[in-house]
Design a protein. Structure first.
Length: 319
């Protein structure tokens, strides 16, 4: 990795040109339906380049931050009368061909190294390629939520039950084509993840077992948030989802859904819809052997936000 701002800026520029070329190769591989091994190799190459470029831009931000914004004392006179004297940070930026807007972005990256690393992990977990715009969106979301109390939540072992395909299908028709969907309580084995991918959507799957705690991680760039959240923390999950503001659909038990003053006020003060289904959902505990584990004595519903055309929707499921 280069050492100076000018060299790092050139490195990032060349890297972005290479990344554009590799992305074009990946699109060609997809069109020609070449072997998966060829595509995987190119994805890994693109991931490496994208992460190196991001690291270089973050380093530029660190170096720009370290430069004093102005000269203390009397500034030196210009060589030419009437020519404005550049301040150190502005001079360094302009010498490297970096605009003020670019500099602000680089400094923003440097101020949020944890979000950058989390974005890299999410992208790699989903065989995706990290982008600066994705990271900046995650940083914005993190800043908007700075007032939200991200406390340690007690996740219970019995919370980990899985949703069968027939319970995922009703929500699919309400997702716009070619959307990006975040499944925040799911691994790649999840039926939600598989069904959404089959429907042509891009899926970002995160799970606490992989270190991605829903209550602590930044929100990835996405169009919808869909999942079956842990039963014991469904109230806290819905509270954060309303705070995030993106369209969501959460499959939850109706038991205790409105039973507290806090939840009453949460639903009263937010836009929401509910999807009722004609049968109870039977969950399972093991993806390798999806036999019924829990036949609850209560119904499950989808609690949604800005997803359904009416506040109450009825759908039939076929077990």
């Amino acid at each position: 990795m280069p050492d100076t701002i000018e060299e790092l800026a050139k490195f990032a520029l060349v890297g972005r040109e290479k990344l554009t070329a590799v992305r074009a190769e990946i699109r060609a591989i997809d069109r020609l339906k070449l072997a998966d091994s060829v595509r995987i190799q190119k994805i890994e190459e693109a991931q490496y380049i994208a992460e190196a470029v991001l690291d270089a831009e973050m380093r530029v931000g660190e170096l720009l931050k370290a430069i004093p914004p102005q000269i203390t004392g009397r500034p030196p006179e210009s060589k030419h009368s009437g020519e404005p004297t550049l301040m150190p940070k502005q001079a360094a930026r302009e010498a490297a061909g970096i605009s003020r807007q670019q500099a602000d972005r680089y400094i923003k990256l440097a101020d949020n190294p944890e979000v950058v690393e989390n974005a890299k992990s999410v992208a790699r977990a989903n065989d995706d390629i990290i982008s600066r715009s994705l990271v900046l969106d995650m940083i914005k979301t993190s800043e908007r939520e700075s007032a939200f109390n991200l406390v340690d939540i007690d996740w219970k072992e019995d919370d980990e039950v899985y949703t069968p395909a027939y319970a995922v299908e009703p929500i699919l028709k309400y997702i716009k084509p070619n959307s990006i969907v975040w499944c925040p309580f799911d691994t790649q084995e999840s039926i939600f993840v598989k069904k959404l991918k089959e429907a042509g959507h891009t899926v970002i799957a995160t799970h606490i077992s992989n270190g991605s705690d829903f209550f602590k991680i930044s929100v990835p760039e996405c169009d919808y948030i869909i999942s079956n959240p842990p039963y014991s923390v469904k109230g806290e999950v819905l509270k954060r989802l309303f705070k995030i503001g993106k369209p969501f659909g959460m499959l939850v038990s109706v038991v205790g859904l409105f039973e507290s003053q806090e939840r009453f006020e949460m639903f009263r003060d937010n836009v929401f819809e509910i999807m009722y289904m004609n049968r109870r959902i039977v969950y399972f505990k093991d993806y390798s052997e999806p036999i019924p584990y829990l036949n609850p004595p209560f119904s499950s519903v989808y609690v949604c936000h800005k997803m359904l055309p009416k506040q109450i929707i009825f759908e039939e499921i076929h077990r």
